[in-house]
Design a protein around this ligand. Structure first.
Ligand code: SF4
Length: 397
């Protein structure tokens, strides 16, 4: 348990993030913690790097909406201060708190208070002896050994409220390290690609590493380490778990076609507007934005609600059935209105609501479908004409 949040075993996988404010500035830090919690963070970490930070934690912990982890590097005394401040968990880096006496002292104190500790191994700050042992390189074996050494110190004082992370900025390296770690320990694992960098590449890196492991059943709690507003980290973490079916959907799952020569609207623009319109609404439905009525409703038939463009109008469908026709510039507003209706009353009620308009809507969609097919034919991207052009050019050359 990290505060009231279970981590490990059958507990839902949790999302973590870290504040970037000075912890001593408890008001600013609390504001950020609230923003992170609203974006999907279940647990938030704050640095405890100076006595003033520990004092900040003493004020933050009782007012925080989520459990607080104190991040400790180099100074074991800050760990003791953070425990005194009432934090729900500590993160220790075995690479830079190396004195066994200090480690045992912190573990004993944490044990007395029932506070868990994350052993946070980081590929960038391994113990120098481990670097040397593994040929001056960071290897998965060195990272796992670092974690196991720390567990031994904890064992000596009979402390086992442990989570472990073996983060690296290299995705293949962290994947290997976590796989090896999962083979040798049953302790809950905290996943992350450290120093992943700014989005979108940083988000991709972190997703590649964490999703690979989660799909193998490895990992109990995750953190995106992005060079960005931490709210983006929390949001990304939450979204990853929802996408992988590991947490219940809280927000819209927007699906949109990639567009093609048949598209009758600016699909990218409309999908973007829809994304924005739903961003602050907690509507856990799958909603589709499709560029044309030729394939759209069929391809998105499993969506709860969708809209497909045709002849300057939007064809609204619920579970693949046409229910209404709206002007193009009302497409997004209509989606929002119907999404709210479905959320409140369910899709069956939405179909009943549309009983007087369904037939006309189906007919209009079919007309626009035929019109699009007639205008653009089966080869909407004109590939035959393009190929003929290429052939002519190459024969000419
Ligand atoms: S056929 Fe229609 S729905 Fe499919 S990608 Fe093209 S525009 Fe989008």
């Amino acid at each position: 348990m990290v505060g009231q949040v279970p981590v490990g075993g059958d507990a839902p996988i949790t999302v973590q993030s870290m504040t970037v404010t000075k912890t001593a500035d408890h008001e600013a830090t609390l504001q950020q913690i609230y923003a992170l919690a609203a974006a999907g963070a279940d647990i938030v970490r704050c640095t405890c790097n100076e006595p003033e930070a520990a004092e900040g934690l003493a004020r933050i912990v009782p007012r925080s909406p989520v459990p607080i982890v104190a991040d400790i590097h180099h100074q074991y005394r800050r760990a003791l201060d953070a425990l005194e401040a009432g934090v729900h968990c500590l993160r220790l880096n075995p690479g830079n708190i190396r004195n066994p006496q200090h480690i045992r002292l912190v573990a004993r104190e944490a044990k007395d208070r029932g506070v868990p500790i994350r052993i946070g191994v980081n590929g960038g700050s391994l113990h120098p002896d481990l670097y040397a042992k593994y040929g001056g390189r960071v290897t998965p074996e060195a990272m796992v050994e670092s974690a196991l050494q720390e567990i031994e110190f904890f064992d000596e004082v009979d402390f086992d409220l442990i989570k472990i992370s073996v983060k690296a900025s290299s995705v293949p390296l962290m994947i290997d390290a976590y796989r090896q770690l999962a083979d040798v320990t049953d302790h809950p694992l905290h996943l992350g690609v450290t120093e992943a960098g700014p989005p979108p590449v940083g988000t991709l890196k972190a997703t590649a590493g964490m999703a690979t492991l989660l799909a193998e059943g490895i990992g109990d709690t995750i953190r995106y380490s992005l060079t960005a507003d931490p709210v983006e980290e929390a949001r990304a973490g939450r979204q990853l778990l929802e996408i992988m079916g590991l947490r219940e959907r809280r927000n819209v799952d927007l699906i949109a076609c990639p567009s093609c020569g048949r598209a009758e609207i600016d699909v990218v623009g409309v999908a973007h507007d829809a994304m924005e319109a739903f961003a602050e609404r907690e509507i856990p439905l799958q909603i589709a934005v499709m560029g044309c009525v030729v394939n759209g409703p069929g391809e998105a038939r499993d969506a709860d609600l969708g809209i497909a463009a045709g002849n300057k109008r939007g064809h609204l469908f619920v579970r693949g059935q046409n229910v209404a026709v709206v002007p193009e510039d009302e497409m997004v507003d209509t989606l929002v209105e119907w999404a709210e209706y479905i959320q409140e009353n369910g899709p069956e009620a939405a179909l009943v609501r549309a009983s007087s308009t369904k037939d006309a809507a189906r007919k209009a969609a079919e007309e626009d479908r035929q019109r699009n097919l007639g205008e653009r034919g089966d080869d909407a991207n004109n590939s035959e004409a393009v190929i003929a052009g290429i052939r002519r050019a190459s024969e000419g050359g």
